[in-house]
Write a new protein. Structure first.
Length: 152
């Protein structure tokens, strides 16, 4: 194993294989749609192999807690990075997102945010990174209410 920049093996880039869950319809259990690790934007290198030809999902940290069908409606078929525009040190985010978009053939960009004002910063960072990348990538911003309902 190569030396990791932060020294934590949990930060190592890896692909997560889907597991077959038998009788998921009868048990009501949902399967995780997460197919890569790590997800935290600070930890994802722009050179991560799973970013190539990906549909990129940028999720505000609170969205999966508020929106019950997050895996099925948003993660499925996408590569996830998550961040909190209020609590994180976001100073490197625009540069990092720009590098991700420049270095990879990203097919689409979806940003899920909460309806609270501080969350809008994540959508703005994604828009700025997209503009700085010089690429024409479809961008969708989805707003989730604190009641768990989709606002748009």
């Amino acid at each position: 194993m190569s030396k990791l920049p932060c020294g934590c093996p949990g930060s190592q880039v890896r692909t997560v294989e889907a597991k077959e869950i038998s009788n998921s319809e009868s048990t009501g259990r949902l399967q995780s749609e997460l197919r890569q690790w790590p997800t935290q934007l600070h930890l994802v290198p722009p050179s991560a192999p799973w970013l190539q030809n990906a549909d990129l999902l940028i999720a505000a940290d609170c969205v999966p807690f508020a929106y019950a069908e997050f895996h099925r409606d948003f993660i499925k078929g996408k590569v996830l990075v998550n961040a909190c525009p209020k609590l994180d040190d976001t100073s490197p985010y625009i540069e990092k997102l720009t590098a991700m978009l420049k270095q990879n053939d990203i097919r689409s960009l979806t940003v899920t945010i909460m309806e609270v004002p501080c969350c809008r910063g994540l959508a703005m960072m994604a828009q700025q990174a997209l503009q700085a990348s010089g690429k024409d990538i479809p961008l969708e911003v989805v707003v989730i209410g604190v009641d768990g309902e989709r606002r748009n």
